[in-house]
Design a protein around this ligand. Structure first.
Ligand code: SAM
Length: 276
């Protein structure tokens, strides 16, 4: 495993389906976040930890044909998916963002979402991204709420237990504890420690009500209920709590949370940026 991997990323790891589902789900808020950066045609953008490359086309829309958009990711399966999802003029590199194979001082924006928190040395990662920027360029770090910070509209006791169960799962699977995970919330401090100035932060709320659209239901059911909770949480919950959660997450059950008329979901997406 490379030294940077805190949450288990490797060249061969593949969670592309989860990434595609998240980007389809959060697309309106991600677009809003990009729009807040005020990109102009001709700018040069690198998406570090681009995953399945779902944001590359959004950047291309902003910088147009005169601009340049490059995606970079460690995982082969993710870069393959990113190449497939984008036009050939968008370069996608399989590389470690802490040692980027790109010319120094050649970009206007280094964008990195939900990735810096995967590195063992996030400061080195941000410094490497800052090194890619020309004078006046900006690093923008995005972070969606960690799973334990998601809010569903069901009983708060079960939500608290599920949150704790997810934390325990992370402790056991990756040997990271809450302090390791929450320290990455200090995005603004990280940018400042990397020597960036004029640091700004803005949080977008991803808020969904029933009836849900298809992308919303797919993400919450597949990526969260099945991919993140499901069997994984059984060892960490009392039997009756696990059963209740299973009922709420089961599309065949009348209690299925995503089709309840009181379904109301909140998650945040925070974008922090700083200039060289
Ligand atoms: C949670 S995903 C986020 C992907 C994408 N930014 C998104 O929001 O969908 C984290 C990504 O960072 C990549 N990654 C992890 N460590 C990396 C590194 N050192 N250099 C480049 N990419 C890395 C992983 O392969 C994965 O695609």
């Amino acid at each position: 495993m490379p030294v940077e991997a805190l949450l288990g990323d490797t060249v061969t790891r593949d969670y592309s389906r989860k990434l595609t589902l998240f980007n389809a789900f959060a697309r309106p808020e991600l677009r809003q976040a990009v729009a807040s950066l005020g990109l102009t045609p001709g700018m040069r953008v690198v998406d570090a930890g681009c995953g399945t490359g779902d944001m590359l086309g959004v950047f291309l829309d902003e910088v147009k044909a005169a601009g340049v958009v490059v995606g970079m990711d460690l995982a082969a399966a993710h870069t393959t998916a990113a190449r497939r999802a984008n036009s050939p003029e968008t370069a996608v590199l399989q590389a470690n963002l802490s040692q980027p194979p790109l010319a120094a001082a050649s970009f206007d924006l280094a964008w990195s979402v939900n990735t810096i928190n995967h590195l063992r040395d996030p400061l080195a990662g941000v410094k490497a991204l800052a090194g890619l920027l020309r004078a006046g360029g900006r690093v923008a770090l995005g972070q969606s709420g960690f799973l334990p910070d998601m809010y569903f509209a069901w009983d708060s006791r079960l939500e608290r237990l599920v949150t704790e169960a997810v934390r325990q799962y992370y402790r056991d699977r990756y040997q990271v504890d809450e302090r390791d995970l929450t320290s990455t919330r200090a995005l603004t401090g990280l940018l400042r420690r990397a020597g960036l100035g004029n640091v700004k932060v803005q949080t977008f709320v991803i808020e969904r009500l029933s009836p849900l659209g298809a992308a919303d239901e797919e993400y919450l059911l597949e990526a969260i209920f099945r991919g993140t909770w499901g069997e994984r949480l059984r060892p960490y919950l009392a039997a009756d709590d696990y059963e209740e959660l299973t009922r709420l997450c089961d599309p065949q059950h009348p209690d299925y949370a995503l089709r309840r008329s009181d379904f109301h979901f909140l998650q945040t997406f925070t974008l922090a940026s700083g200039y060289v």
